[in-house]
Design a protein. Sequence first.
Lengths: 125, 190
Amino acid sequence: MAKLKISDLAKIKEQVTASTSLREGGASVKVTVHMGTCGIASGARTVLNAVMDELEKSARKDVIITTSGCMGLCSAEPLVTVEKLGEEPIKYSYVDDPKMRQIFNRHVLEGEIQTQWVLAKGSEQ
Amino acid sequence: MEDLSLHILDIVENSLMAGARLIEVAMEEDPAGDSMTITVSDDGQGMAPEFLAQATDPFVTTRTTRRVGLGLSLFKANATSWGGGLEVKSQPGAGTTVRVWFQRGHLDRPPLGDWPRTLCGLILTRQEVDFRYLHRVGDQEFELDTRELREELGPEALADPQVMALLRQQIAQALDQIGVAQVPAPPGGF
């Protein structure tokens, strides 16, 4: 039976904990990838992979990535919501791999909203 | 859906919407008997018998944002065309089990796709949910349980993208060892 190498994982975890223990604190940005059937079929998983890759590269600890279901705008999928603490959520439509990376690096990390791809501001009902 | 892992992701999303806290995904491949079975079970809220009877009907859905529900119906239609089928068992308060089976070597059967990345994406983005995953090919098997990993590594380890990137690579290697056909994923990172 194939086994996971728990010791390797533990090693990585120790390194990560050592380098980040100074920056403890709550999340300040939440990125939601909408993952209904419509989102998945139009490329939401690629978008999720892209944002996780960028998050890993950035080594930021105050960014949470999560997923949610369909919000009824299937024709505009893949949709991504970026919500910064104390600000109104911003929804991006027709997101793909390169757009997601740019949104992450400019909006999530730098606070520059990428208005050219914004669908709406505010929360869905 | 381009590959099996997208179908599975879709079914798992249903479980998440049903408030599941433990989701079990089992894939059993039988090369000798040319069959493959995928089972997704959850401890979510379950479905009432009236709804269950129509769960794979594309024009039935619980959501209010649109009037069609395609996840189960698409998977069922596809599995049927690969010489198999899909069945759903559920009870209110007792969770839901979706079982899909089909001919493993059917010409139209898509590949598994990048399942390790898909699974790690689920684990990373849903910290409140535990996942158990079993993959069997003939007499070889691989098993992963996030409850065990959390116990060994601490509760916050699976929220770390660097740990998850390594976990993904380890899962891919383990699946390789037991003979799961995989699309080569780019090395490193997510």
